[in-house]
Design a protein around this ligand. Structure first.
Ligand SMILES: CC(=O)SCCNC(=O)CCNC(=O)[C@H](O)C(C)(C)COP(=O)(O)OP(=O)(O)OC[C@H]1O[C@@H](n2cnc3c(N)ncnc32)[C@H](O)[C@@H]1OP(=O)(O)O
Ligand SMILES: O=C([O-])CC(=O)C(=O)O
Length: 371
């Protein structure tokens, strides 16, 4: 038996949802640059789940269906109000809320293609309401009901802040959602597939995926990037901070990638948005510091920024609290997780690899009195 640490390079499944070939990312064959520059997030969800971009008519009815499912059972919010809210990370709250949501779906255990697609719609529609509702509750405010007349991106910002967002914010947020929607067999998507490959239900798959995204080596890195920038504080501190971190062999959040060795194709879009948005809020120092960090880490370690690096300053510029960055990643990635869950069900086989045993040799039990 040979083991491959972290399953690096192992091809564990076939998928038509998204591909990374020669450092190029596509969703169902459409290049990420094309989608990021042109598509609405609603179109991307439809594409990931159906394999084709929607016609105008299909998009209209899909968008209406999503909007009609956006409210959540009041009990979700009642339960949140009972959490020890000041110690609860929003990703932990989201993980619990998605699991709880399953309790209120009478079809949670129904296992057929149509029922699973319906559950996908419900989950994608409700996750923004949950994330924003939690933020409102912990800020001592009431959750805001979804507005059916707004796009997915605009409605998220509206439910978060209680105001109709400006066009630039909506455009930037929509682009961020498109860029984060899917990414082949990343750790959280693999987690979702492993879970549902036991023929467990969609809610379990999504709950498992959220747990995997939460960690700082994966989706949690975007919050960690902002924490690093805050800790550094000002441009002149970048060099000494990084020098110390590198000397201590610390990981620099937002850099490196298991698959991309020549750079993450999503990063340039986020870098451009970060420049534009930090200028708008007159806090260009965050962008300048990010560039400085990029230059030094690339020069000294040969590492390039991943999707999490510049998304941090994009979300910060949109006035979003830093511990909501990863839940926002989850709102977007739910579309990809669900596409993979539906694909897994459609051609399922239990996922069960082997472990190379490195424990003690076989030995005999010794009774507790003789130990
Ligand atoms: C959406 C996403 O999930 S994107 C990734 C988000 N995560 C991060 O940004 C966290 C920081 N980055 C990392 O920890 C890693 O680059 C990962 C987890 C993304 C990829 O990890 P792996 O493919 O396992 O690479 P691994 O951690 O083995 O790194 C290889 C070498 O590069 C170094 N390295 C990799 N990333 C970094 C980093 N961000 N900072 C400093 N050194 C790094 C490692 O220390 C290691 O060096 P060594 O060979 O001297 O021990
Ligand atoms: O693919 C990965 O390993 C991590 C990543 O970039 C993502 O999930 O978007």
């Amino acid at each position: 038996m040979t083991t491959t640490r972290g399953l690096e390079g192992i091809v564990a499944t076939q998928s038509s949802v998204s591909s990374i070939i020669d450092d190029e990312l596509t969703y169902q064959g459409y290049g990420i640059d094309d989608l990021a520059n042109n598509a609405s997030f609603e179109e991307v969800i439809y594409l990931l789940w159906n394999g084709e971009l929607p016609s105008q008519k299909e998009l209209k009815s899909f968008t209406e269906k999503l909007a009609s499912e956006a409210e959540v059972p009041e009990q979700i919010f009642t339960q949140m109000k009972a959490y020890p809210i000041e110690q609860v990370h929003p990703m932990a709250a989201l993980r619990t809320a998605i699991s709880t949501l399953g309790l209120f779906d009478e079809d949670a255990e129904v296992m057929n293609e149509e029922a699973n697609y319906e559950k996908a719609i419900k989950l994608q529609a409700k996750i923004p309401t949950i994330v924003t509702g939690f933020e409102r509750i912990r800020s001592g405010k009431e959750p805001i009901k979804p507005n059916k007349d707004l796009s997915f991106a605009a409605n998220f910002l509206y439910m978060l802040n209680g105001e109709t967002p400006d066009d630039l914010s909506v455009e930037a947020f929509n682009k961020a959602l498109v860029l984060h929607a899917d990414h082949e067999l990343n750790a959280s998507t693999f987690t979702a597939r492993v879970c549902v490959a036991t023929l467990s239900d969609v809610y379990s798959g999504l709950t498992a995926a959220i747990g995997a995204l939460k960690g700082p080596l994966h989706g949690g890195a975007n919050e960690a990037v902002m924490n690093m920038l805050l800790e550094i504080g000002k441009p002149e501190e970048v060099e000494p901070y990084l020098r110390k971190a590198l000397d201590n062999k610390e990981k620099i959040m937002g850099f490196g990638h298991r698959v991309y060795k020549n750079g993450d194709p999503r990063a340039k879009h986020l870098r451009d948005m970060s420049k534009q948005l930090t200028d708008v809020i007159k806090e260009s120092k965050w962008y300048d510091m990010s560039l400085q960090i990029e230059e030094m880490i690339t020069k000294e370690k040969g590492l390039l920024p991943n999707v999490d690096f510049y998304s941090a300053t994009v979300y910060h510029s949109l006035g979003i609290k830093h511990d909501l960055f990863t839940p926002i990643f989850a709102v977007s990635r739910t579309s990809g997780w669900l596409a993979h869950i539906l694909e897994q069900y459609s051609n399922n086989r239990l996922i069960r690899p082997r472990a190379e045993y490195i424990g003690p040799n076989k030995r005999n039990y010794v009774s507790v009195e003789s130990r």
